[in-house]
Design a protein around this ligand. Structure first.
Ligand SMILES: NC(=O)c1ccc[n+]([C@@H]2O[C@H](COP(=O)([O-])OP(=O)(O)OC[C@H]3O[C@@H](n4cnc5c(N)ncnc54)[C@H](O)[C@@H]3O)[C@@H](O)[C@H]2O)c1
Ligand SMILES: [Zn+2]
Length: 356
């Protein structure tokens, strides 16, 4: 029997040789990689939930670059194309992949999820099917944010957000803001957001939230907080709640703030186990749905950006060259701004183009 062929993206640092470049792969010169909250957690603690870093690992899964070389079987992109990179590539054609839910495949390669290396490097080899040529008007920086935008698309699809919906989003970090952009584009009539941070709530307003509520550092009662949400929405509760903090208080308040028959989408990852008002949810027929990243979202994310239905640019608040990774990570850790972009070394002409 032939040996199993595992797709294994490879990071290539300056001067390294490409050892095994397959016919269905592309070599990408990396351009922009946005730092994600999970990258900061791995950098700080070396683990996230059940994922533990056991050997040095390259971080970064929100990236874009320029095709340097293509395998002989590649037809979707060519040398010189600017591309957005989908960081999760299934290794097996298992039942999940066959059902179109490749995000759930237990053997998926996912950049910067241990032990799989990520995108913060000069060159990266990836499966061609998981890179997407950028429309002319989408910059490489914006393309890096197709990843968190994809989480927003998947969350709104899971929540069945539709025309006229009233939506409540907990957390105005990058993921909450991406959910906001997508819920708005899907036709939500009102979107209420909450967070601890006044700065982030201000950003949410600039990006289209109808209203915001600040959460106090030690909030007492999720039922009282949910009542504020209902009053602000002017109805008996949100039809869809997108929980993007992982905090126990927000999961509880999100359930109480959702109207009977509505949907609560758990996007945020917090403690492994939290208390939830389960009979309240059950007896009001709430649908509580999980989210694991995304499937089949990049074409939609790029189309939404190129047609200006969503604008991710306000989320880009800091840029650092890859050589200053520590400064970039410190900035992200402080929670200053929203998205920090690490830029790979490039010539001045490319630099100009990336900033257009
Ligand atoms: N399920 C998935 O596939 C998936 C994918 C990406 C991210 N995530 C998770 O989504 C969450 C959000 O990601 P992010 O990048 O926006 O993170 P982030 O840490 O930048 O943002 C989280 C926001 O929530 C706010 N917050 C935290 N606790 C709160 C509370 N009790 N009340 C009100 N606001 C509170 C913070 O102030 C912050 O603005 C994280 O938990 C992340 O791990 C999940
Ligand atoms: Zn991320």
């Amino acid at each position: 029997m032939a040996a199993k062929c595992w797709h294994q993206p490879k990071q290539l640092f300056d001067g390294f040789q490409i050892s095994a470049f397959l016919f269905s792969e592309v070599l990408i010169k990396m351009n922009s990689v946005a730092i994600c909250a999970t990258d900061v957690i791995y950098w700080q603690f070396g683990k996230l939930a059940d994922y533990v870093i056991k050997k040095p690992m390259v971080l970064g899964h929100e990236g874009s670059g320029v095709i340097q070389k293509v395998g002989c079987g590649v037809t979707n992109v060519k040398t010189g194309d600017k591309v957005a990179i989908e960081p999760g590539v299934p290794r097996d054609t298992d039942d999940y992949v066959k059902a179109g839910r490749y995000n759930l495949s237990p053997t998926i390669y996912f950049c910067s999820s241990p032990p799989d290396d990520g995108l913060m490097c000069r060159f990266f080899v990836h499966k061609a099917d998981y890179v997407y040529k950028l429309p002319d008007c989408v910059s490489l920086e914006e393309a890096a944010l197709a990843e968190p935008l994809s989480v927003g698309i998947h969350a709104c699809r899971r929540g069945r957000v539709k025309l006229g919906c009233k939506v409540f989003i907990c957390g105005a970090g990058p993921i909450g803001l991406c959910c906001l952009l997508i819920a708005k584009a899907m036709g939500a009539s009102q979107i209420l957001m909450c967070d601890f941070s006044c700065e982030r709530l201000e950003k949410a307003k600039q990006m289209g939230a109808s209203a915001t509520i600040k959460v106090e550092k030690c909030p007492t009662c999720p039922i009282e907080f949910a009542q504020k949400v209902k009053t602000a929405l002017g109805c008996s509760g949100a039809e869809v709640t997108l929980e993007c903090t992982g905090a126990e208080f927000c999961v509880q308040a999100g359930i109480y703030a959702t109207r009977s028959g509505g949907t609560v989408v758990l996007v945020g990852i917090g403690p492994a186990s939290v208390n939830i008002p389960v009979s309240n949810a059950a007896l009001r027929e709430l649908d509580i749905r999980g989210v694991l990243r995304y499937t089949n979202t990049w074409p939609m994310a790029l189309a939404m950006m190129s047609t200006k239905k969503v604008d991710v640019k306000p989320m880009i608040t800091h840029r650092f060259p890859l050589e200053q990774a520590t400064e970039g990570f410190e900035t992200s850790k402080r929670g200053t701004g929203i998205k920090v972009i690490m830029q790979s070394k490039r010539d001045p002409q490319e630099q100009q183009l990336a900033l257009v």
